[in-house]
Design a protein around this ligand. Structure first.
Ligand code: UT7
Length: 339
């Protein structure tokens, strides 16, 4: 739901950063691992390759590097950060939180830190929280990070899922704006009753890790892909319409759309229904689906490659495990922090 926080001031993104592992896994590599083909994967998903963390490289490593890049971009030191929110479904361990590990790794000793779990929608949820906390005057420099190592929860012998996912992290620093607002509207939603179509069943209180859960592969992603697909097409369109309404804008007012990078077919379909294919940013071919990291990685790429201009209105829209969805409209105002 939209926040009812009494906004005292505006908030915007002052810097972004991203980090993906060096190791590339191509569709041709996957052909040697499961019964699949480059042709099938490209046709059904648009994915050509993805990045996979090396042994010992963990979610907080990618998150910390993305965070450091965002701080550098914003010209803010780690000691000035007062809150870190990490959106992830693959923290280094259930606790301490990934955000606390990141806090230690980047030396953000004055920051509070916590994780949120909203599946692939996590970054939009976290950005909404950051906006409200900054707008309410509670915090002034909030690091919002989406970070995942999905390769660690992927069943590499299940062709239905293993071709889709990749590892990576993206980050944004949210700061108060003197005038106007940078983060214009949010829509967050959930349909917990449909959660069973995308789960990681074991490792929690329902099915604590045991030999049995491991034997049954319950520590891997389980997904009914076509169910998620149908939900995603509908919800991306609905969430977009709703967030536009909240912002008092029309489709034509949006300059750049950054959807969750799950599948090129999904991105194309949503873009077609929204009537704006040329505005949609996609990097799914190179990184696959990196869950909560996909939107902030794409946002950082779009910023660094000059696709985002000051004043551009940017739509973020995502969906994922929960089931959850979220959309945000922001005004690209990074330069206003450096004026
Ligand atoms: O971030 C949110 C996470 N999830 C998603 O975004 C997933 C959304 N869903 C999707 O992207 C698509 O549903 C998939 C890409 C997962 C699957 O595409 P699809 O067009 O829905 O295929 P399907 O599941 O209906 O499967 C069609 C066929 C099946 O064979 P049969 O039963 O028709 O003989 C599958 O066994 O394709 C087969 N198949 C494969 N074949 C070659 C499934 N995976 C593969 C594969 N290589 N990797």
């Amino acid at each position: 739901m939209q926040s009812s926080v009494q906004a005292l001031r505006g908030a915007g993104i002052a810097g972004t950063g991203a980090c993906v592992p060096e190791r590339v896994l191509t569709n041709f590599d996957l052909e040697k691992m499961v019964d699949t083909s480059d042709e099938w994967i490209v046709e059904r998903t648009g994915i050509r390759e993805r990045r996979i963390a090396r042994n010992g490289e963990v979610t907080s490593d990618l998150a910390a590097q993305a965070a450091a890049a965002a701080l550098d971009d914003a010209g803010v030191s780690a000691g000035e950060v007062d809150l870190i929110i990490v959106a992830t479904v693959t923290p280094d361990m259930p606790f301490p939180s990934c955000a606390c590990v990141v806090q230690a790794k980047i030396g953000a000793t004055n920051a509070a830190a916590f994780d949120i779990g909203a599946g692939c929608t996590g970054f939009v949820y976290a950005l909404s929280m950051a906006h409200d906390l900054v707008a309410a005057g509670r915090y002034s420099k909030v690091l919002v990070i989406g970070a995942e190592t999905l390769s660690r929860i992927t069943n590499w012998s299940d062709r239905n899922t293993c071709v889709l996912f990749g590892d990576g992290a993206g980050a944004a620093l949210v700061r108060p704006l003197e005038r106007g607002d940078g983060l214009l509207a949010f829509v967050l939603g959930a349909d917990g009753a449909r959660g069973e179509v995308l789960t990681l069943p074991a490792g929690g209180s329902a099915h604590p890790a045991s030999h049995d859960t491991v034997d049954q592969g319950m520590h891997y992603i389980h997904m009914q892909g076509n169910q998620v697909y149908r939900f995603a097409v509908r919800i991306m369109v609905e969430a977009t319409r709703e967030v536009l309404e909240r912002a008092g804008l029309a489709e034509g007012d949006i300059d750049v759309v950054i959807p969750h990078q799950a599948n090129q077919r999904l991105i194309d379909l949503a873009a077609e229904r929204l009537g704006s294919p040329e505005k949609v940013y996609s990097n799914v071919a190179r990184f696959g689906n990196t869950s909560a990291a996909s939107i902030p990685i794409a946002l950082d790429e779009a910023s660094r490659t000059g696709k985002l201009k000051t004043g551009d209105r940017v739509l973020l829209v995502g969906f994922g495990a929960g089931l959850t969805w979220g959309a945000a409209i922001l005004r690209w105002c990074k330069d206003e922090f450096h004026a």
